[in-house]
Design a protein around this ligand. Sequence first.
Ligand code: ATP
Ligand code: MG
Length: 532
Amino acid sequence: MIVASGVELRAGSRVLIEDATFRVAPGDRVGLVGRNGAGKTTLTKVLAGEGQPAAGSVTTSGDVGYLPQDSKAGDPTVTARERILSVRGLDTIVKERTLAEKRMAAADDAIRERAMRAYARIDDEFTAAGGYAAEAEANSIAAALNIEAHRLDQPLGTLSGGQRRRVELARILFSGSETLMLDEPTNHLDADSIAWLRDHLKNYRGGLIIISHDVDLLDVVVNRVFHLDANRAELDIYNVGWQPYLKQRETDERRRKRELANAQKKASALLEQADKMRAKATKAVAAQQMIRRAERLLSGVEGERAHDKVAKLRFPEPAPCGKTPLRATGLSRSYGSQEIFTDVDLAIDRGSRVVVLGLNGAGKTTLLKMLAGVDDPDTGQVEPGHGLKIGYYAQEHENLDGDRTVLQNMKSAAPDLGETEVRKVLGSFLFSGDDVDKLARVLSGGEKTRLSLATLVVSSANVLLLDEPTNNLDPASRAEILGALGTYKGAVVMVTHDEGAVDALEPERILLLPDGVEDLWGPDYKDLISLA
Ligand SMILES: Nc1ncnc2c1ncn2[C@@H]1O[C@H](COP(=O)(O)OP(=O)(O)OP(=O)(O)O)[C@@H](O)[C@H]1O
Ligand SMILES: [Mg+2]
């Protein structure tokens, strides 16, 4: 159980939450929602004990399993299996078992014999601790999250970002913690795994706090909703499920609007009157009083939630280029003995649109990195055509430099652009005032996505390589970005699990990985997107 009382949260000089009091008990399945940058991640970090509130207190009883939004947790040299099992303290014994297994194959009789005795002892211990049942459970969670069995024996450091996150999610779900906190758990998950997660969580008996922009998931899973309103720095608590929450919030918002309109009408009448009276010296004091009353009226109402602003986006006019700005031939990649894909050919014509499909781990991100020139293929080559200008949007935002500010990141993306121009673009991506001096590393998930896209906008790229560009975005920002993508004139190669993103792109072609087969886009492929 988590109990928060009078919690105040700040980020730099900004107050994110003024005074929040709530508890999350077993059986509570809370959806924590709010615009990008509202403070959802900050709140869960504090609840998980990874940060301190500016005021108030948080007390926790029982274990808390916490999945951060972008986690690179875990020693990169341990295997995925050890990482998952470690949450229940089973990793050491499994490691010993593996070692004994290896030694049992030794040539030396004495070593072999010792290893066999050790193995028997470890095996007894493991059985007694319920290790086999637990291991089977861990395996089935991993399988449900589409982590292939052989990957479990790979060290974390060799896994892709998406795979690593799935390992973390499996670990948290395996933990059996009394309270779970999941920050955007569906990022990097395919549709099958999302469906499984939905079923798994809807029956969860412990406490659950889930941050997600996936409304279908929230609809099925949650029975309470906490709405973090960034404009009022308030956490609104709704003790109902998703649909009733949406209705109730709409009513609340209409009421606020009405109250504000009334107050404004009265206040402006007062001010008008005061204005007339001010001219006469004898009535100056009364006029002052009226002005003060008007001010009080306005500050008394909560105010319409300043309509959540959304970036108005347009991708830039692409720089001129030849007929085929980018061509790749015979690309392949393997890790050790494992082939990811072989002999992939691809020609990107000016203004063409391609969606890359393939199951998790089929190498979609790797292929995009090769096309972007940030990763070298094992064989084959990427040939830039005449006038090629690539805009690469990386899944993990690795194109941003965390130790430089928002403004500095933009300037290095567009060294020729003047400061005023850069600030203007940043403003249209909702970075204004002090925001531009924030270090990129403190940005929220959605803010990082916005900044990455802003760096593309200033680059006048003619080939955009987009890796899951809608992850982390709140629904309004997502709609805006998809709208801009629809009107973009350059070529786009996109990797996504988001059907809406594919609809917006209206691709002509698809490329299927790992086979590297190309085909014309058709409705038949629609099902594959969510499977991919
Ligand atoms: N050290 C800091 N200095 C200034 N601002 C900060 C700092 N750390 C975080 N912030 C800001 O605090 C705000 C809240 O961030 P948080 O990550 O909690 O948002 P979020 O609601 O999880 O958003 P998202 O939906 O995008 O993940 C953001 O605007 C972020 O830029
Ligand atoms: Mg967040």
